[in-house]
Design a protein around this ligand. Structure first.
Ligand code: FAD
Length: 403
């Protein structure tokens, strides 16, 4: 076991730190473009598909670097949903044609992807989704209402899970009648792939792209969330969207398994950026505890204060270990479902407690909006809900233990 980083890994981290600082200084609407230009959306995608071919441990380190300098957790969440929730899924379960059609544009950020799974009656229990996917002579038709979709109004393509009307494949493994599709925003909004010299056999229109007259995907307006505003959560209506047969991800009826693979990547990596944010906040907390004097002595002299800051360090380091461990499991080709659940569960809850400690440490000043600390608490709370609530992740871990 080696806990050290190679010079190449450090260089990626430093590059992403600098990129995060550039994005932080940019207007909110420009930040995703800055991340895309700097290569942050393609780090673990294979080189021949437009990415940098990094392993997931190094990708996590890169996102830790981004989180150290970019304070917009919402944009980093959206980048993670795009890269970990959809692009890595495609890299794992997509056909070679699907990968060639989508991944280069996802890696460059020309085509933004997101996960559209949650519905009014199906959040924690995705197996209860009511969105419907019907077979048509030309492929599939998707109808349904999704909600709380990250980057909903800016995404070009949606990874959607819907009920397929069947009870699974006859004679096949028990299935729950769900099918996963990659649904472009449709018409003029759908990305077009220009085949390059080295990629002559790539389809001109990505698999699943609908024709111009097809009913469109309709994202709603971004919701007023407590935190993570940059993630632009919104509902998305799929109004009888027609897609081609190549929109299918995995097999018909295997939607639940496909969704779980996506969630495993997302849970392992989505909070890696939070490690950088916690590291930055910890440095500021240590400085504050040393410098703030009450009655002629620094508050750090109080054991209660020093222990609060020490707890923040413990929460950061335990989250770090679990996130890198989950990424390593996936790099080894292991299933990694339980390790990813442990990492996301712990890191999300640790981040909430960390943010509360950070606020309390400052007394009244911490409660002022201008301190940024109340909104850090709101952001951290969002992390304990998306990609599986902490309750649901605890259940995944309990099942892993045979309970
Ligand atoms: C910031 C943010 C970003 C999001 N991004 C996306 C996105 O991009 N795409 C998308 O599809 N969705 C997204 N979501 C939605 C998110 O995945 C759901 O909100 C979450 O899965 C919970 O579902 P729910 O809101 O329906 O709550 P419910 O499922 O109704 O849960 C309500 C409460 O019951 C508990 N509970 C429910 N079932 C169980 C169980 N089996 N065991 C234990 N406790 C249980 C939950 O933990 C929770 O406390 C996002 C949410 C947030 C906050």
């Amino acid at each position: 076991m080696d806990f050290g980083w190679t010079p190449a890994q450090r260089a990626v981290h430093d590059r992403m730190r600098a990129l995060g600082a550039e994005a932080d200084a940019a207007p909110p609407d420009e930040r995703m473009r800055v991340l895309a230009r700097g290569g942050a959306l393609g780090l673990p995608i294979a080189r021949d598909l437009g990415g940098e071919g990094l392993d997931l441990v190094t990708t996590a380190l890169a996102y830790e670097g981004l989180g150290a300098t970019l304070r917009d957790g919402g944009v980093l969440l959206a980048a993670g949903a795009h890269l970990f929730g959809v692009a890595l899924l495609l890299a794992r379960v997509g056909t070679p044609a699907q990968q060639r059609a989508w991944l280069p544009r996802m890696a460059s950020g020309d085509c933004m992807a997101t996960v559209a799974a949650t519905e009014a009656g199906a959040g924690s229990d995705v197996a209860s989704v009511q969105a419907r996917v019907d077979r048509t002579p030309a492929g599939y038709r998707l109808t349904g209402e999704k909600r709380y979709v990250t980057w909903a109004d800016r995404a070009d393509v949606y990874f959607a899970v819907a009920r397929d009307g069947g009870e699974g494949r006859p004679g096949g493994a028990p299935a729950r009648g769900l099918t996963a599709l990659l649904v472009p925003r449709a018409g003029a909004d759908a990305p077009r792939v220009r085949p390059g010299a080295a990629d002559e056999d790539a389809p001109r229109v990505p698999p699943g792209a609908a024709d111009e007259d097809a009913p469109r995907v309709r994202p709603g307006a971004p919701l007023a969330t407590a935190g993570l505003r940059g993630a632009r959560l919104a509902p998305v209506s799929f109004c009888g969207c027609e897609v081609g047969p190549d929109a299918l991800l995995g097999r018909p009826g295997a939607g639940l398994a496909v969704f779980q693979i996506a969630m495993t990547y997302e849970r392992a990596l989505i909070l890696a950026f939070r490690l950088g944010a916690m590291e930055r906040a910890l440095g500021e907390a240590v400085r504050f505890a040393r410098e703030r004097e009450i009655g002629g002595q620094a508050i750090a002299r109080h054991e209660a204060v020093a222990h609060r800051v020490a707890q923040m360090k413990l929460r950061l380091e335990t989250s770090r270990l679990l996130i890198y461990r989950a990424a390593w499991e996936l790099d080894q080709g292991h299933r990694g479902q339980a390790e990813a659940a442990l990492a996301k569960w712990h890191a999300a809850d640790a981040a909430v407690l960390f943010a509360l400690d950070d606020l309390r440490l400052r007394g009244g000043a911490g409660y002022l909006e201008e301190s940024g600390l109340p909104s850090a608490v709101d952001d951290a709370l969002g992390g304990s809900i998306h990609s599986g609530t902490s309750d649901v992740l605890a259940t995944v871990v309990a099942r892993w233990l045979g309970l």
